[in-house]
Write a protein that binds this ligand. Structure first.
Ligand code: KG4
Ligand code: ZN
Length: 346
């Protein structure tokens, strides 16, 4: 187990959560403040970027002060300021990034830019510092679906990724189609418990690169099914649609991930990102890992969806490797993890 030594303030503002956390030694959460805008965006059926940026501006100072209060620390106690530099909504990212730069400059401490997905992965190391490498991490969020091989801290190899929609995006779009509202993932999770996962045979896409994913065909199949039923004036059982859709998503996520583990001879699995909060996904992975003798880890629910503690955890390992950013660090809206990994300096 790696021994880290740092006190890091982290800021996350890539989407609709304004968050600040303080992480000690990569494992101790001294503060974890998340101000969510879900209630504001809910009525629009999704995140409105301009509103998100304005709300971040309103709340960023508040969450920083709250984090310091919660931790009982002052700026002088911090070793570095970490921040999500992408991907995400550009205006939203810029609020966090400019604040972090200003803070780092004024307290004369290093700045550490973190990729949002790296943060999601490190929610696992924060919650379970005993995780031994190598491992495979399945990252499933609203914007990403990646199978990542981690051989040592900071070294990532992307084994599979989505070629179109992310898993969470598919959840959100299907939820909207059956009138569940935003964010759709947790609502489908709940509704699916009352439905029959075998009621409708939705497609499981298989691509030439067998570890890649495609969810847009599945989403279209659900929309077509709903349209056909409407045209026939036939009743739709929303719970069956939710359960059958979820079964199709989970089948491919589990299938590809276990294939990646077996092909790479890796016996430790991490789940990360908003969709890793899904109860059915966890149950299916728990069962198959038990059967295969694999170790499985996932973060507590509060660290699955967006938060700054995970950014602070990833930054603690970067701090240990002296991987700092300079003031030219910019926010990047489109930053596929595969691209970031190849441009990372070690
Ligand atoms: O990681 P996250 O908070 O933000 C991104 O980085 O995208 O993930 C948000 C996504 C949304 O698509 C949301 O619907 C999904 O995670 N999600 C879930 C669940 N909780 C959140 N999807 C399925 N089941 C859940 N319980
Ligand atoms: Zn996220």
């Amino acid at each position: 187990m790696k021994k880290l030594n740092s006190v890091i303030m982290a800021i996350e503002s890539s989407c609709d959560e304004t968050a600040c956390a303080i992480i000690k030694d990569g494992t101790e959460i001294c503060a974890n403040v998340v101000s969510t805008q879900i209630k504001i965006h809910e009525k629009f059926g999704g995140v409105v970027p301009e509103i998100a940026s304005r709300k971040h501006l309103e709340y960023i100072d508040v969450v920083i002060e709250e984090a310091l209060d919660e931790a009982g620390l002052g700026f002088a106690d911090l070793d570095a300021i970490a921040v999500t530099m992408g991907p995400g909504l550009i205006g939203a990212l810029l609020v966090g990034l400019s604040t972090a730069k200003g803070l780092a400059y004024s307290i004369k401490k290093p700045l550490i830019g973190v990729h949002h997905i790296e943060g999601h992965i490190y929610a696992n190391f924060l919650a379970h510092p005993e995780i031994a490498l190598p491992c495979i991490c399945l990252v499933v969020s609203g914007g990403h679906t990646n199978i990542v091989k981690i051989t040592e801290h900071g070294h990532y190899e992307i084994l599979g990724q989505t070629v179109d929609d992310a898993a969470g995006e598919a959840y959100d779009k299907v939820a909207r189609a059956i009138g569940l509202g935003y964010p759709g993932g947790p609502k489908i999770d709940r509704l699916a418990k009352e439905g029959n996962p075998k009621a409708i045979d939705f497609p499981r896409a298989q691509l030439d690169q067998p570890l890649n994913f495609s969810f847009s065909g599945l989403k279209s199949a659900v929309l077509n099914y709903l349209n056909q039923m409407q045209m026939k004036n036939a009743p739709v059982n929303d719970a069956d649609v939710a359960a059958s859709f979820q079964e199709a998503v989970v089948d491919v996520l589990v299938g590809h991930t276990i294939q990646a583990m077996e092909e790479n001879g890796i016996q430790t699995l991490l789940l990360a990102g908003g969709v890793s909060a899904n109860s059915h996904l966890r149950d299916r992975f728990d069962a198959i890992c038990k059967e295969k003798g694999f170790a499985i880890y996932y973060p507590p629910l509060s660290l699955c969806t967006d938060n700054a503690a995970m950014i602070g955890a990833a930054a603690a390992y970067k701090f240990d490797r002296n991987e700092f950013s300079d003031y030219s660090l910019n926010a990047v809206a489109q930053l596929p993890f595969s691209e970031y990994v190849t441009t990372m300096k070690h």
